[in-house]
Design a protein around this ligand. Sequence first.
Ligand SMILES: Nc1nc2c(ncn2[C@@H]2O[C@H](COP(=O)(O)OP(=O)(O)O)[C@@H](O)[C@H]2O)c(=O)[nH]1
Ligand SMILES: [Ca+2]
Length: 441
Amino acid sequence: MHLSSVKDKTATAHRADIAALNYKMDSEPSFLRTLFSLILVSSLLDSVLSEVDACPDTKTGLESLLPSTMSIQNASIESVYGIMFDAGSTGTRIHIYSFTQKYSDQLPELEREIFESVKPGLSAYADLPEQGAETIRGLLEVAKNAVPSSHWRKTPVVLKATAGLRLLPEKKALALLSEVKDILEESPFLVPDNSVSIMNGTYEGILAWITVNFLTGQLYSQSKQTVGILDLGGASTQITFLPQSEETLEQSPLDFITSFKMFHTTYKLYTHSYLGLGLKAARLATLGALGTGAVDKQVFRSSCLPRNMESMWQFGGVSYRYGGIENGESGFKSCYAEVLRVVAGKLHRVDEMKESTFYAFSYYYDRAADTNLIVCDHMEGFTSSSPFLCMDLSYITALLKEGFGFKMTTPLQLTKKVNNVETGWSLGATFLVLQSLRISN
Ligand SMILES: Nc1nc2c(ncn2[C@@H]2O[C@H](COP(=O)(O)OP(=O)(O)O)[C@@H](O)[C@H]2O)c(=O)[nH]1
Ligand SMILES: [Ca+2]
């Protein structure tokens, strides 16, 4: 079993708080081994990335806006702010970034992030767009407190929705976005054109890759030892990495490879977003409830749930009745067979992935952090607070192992934050907005 930490990979990081997950070893061994090979980087690399090589070339793409270094310094210097809403399938989050610009001829530095979230996500308001958009208002108040009023007018605010809205009928999604746009326009912030949209899945992966490799210092290092990212959302999941072998480029479908230029380097990334393979969509698929809509009295059953359980669950504004199989199968073996059917044949694989380093976040992190004991074979002891734990962990195992084809030995870094900044696509997306508005150099 191979365990590694962020510290090993990041020369400029000084400290990583690492907590290996504590699993009970009497459950199914293969299940445990996969999960045990994940490390919980419990968040804080509290050091700063320093002395990085800033290449202020304003001619090309993203390089012109990436902050040259991360620093937590007192900033009496001119500040630049950017507000990004992540309208995810399970919740809406606001990220308020502040950057400082020390000298007008230098690139700005990322100073800090303020983060707040609300649940459920916009897609839960599919039939109540006005009410859904109201959830944005409270988050905008957070932004008003975080950004000095003298900067409101020049601070861009953007909302990007992901798989929850992608899965809604177009008319309903557009109605929600239109209400949201009205609320942003009532705010004192700068609302650029196309400020409210559904983001393409390819961007989701690329922007998260930029965020993570920026935060870990890889975009500045000479060695360009970038790391891949695995994001497991509620409705979709993304994989993005920089292929090293020609074989990978040749063997991948054309739409899995995207090129862009940054820091005098052209990156040719492998990226794909699998719609419907997010954790919550996978629950529906496992239960056989995908695409059934609001089915009144039907109870969807699974051996991944405690035998005597029966309850209700909501996703995307639809309520589902679900339960265990009374007097029937239960436990890891049968559960794993069920989730395998959800991933079988759905994912593209390349050999190189097995040898690469990946940062895994979102539900990969959340569900692992929820897990002190693996209890698929002891489900009767479950409380109703987490009835889906066995199903979710079985799905994550199946997705990584049988879906993407990772080996037991592939090290995956589970992380929520790097340098106290949330991992995810939001920071990368904010760089793009600042660049398009020429707010940064
Ligand atoms: N680390 C991190 N996780 C996040 C952030 N925002 C959402 N998540 C996680 O993303 C998962 C939910 O996915 P979501 O974005 O709602 O669904 P999607 O629309 O399918 O991507 C949960 O595990 C959240 O905790 C963030 O800013 N940072
Ligand atoms: Ca997401």
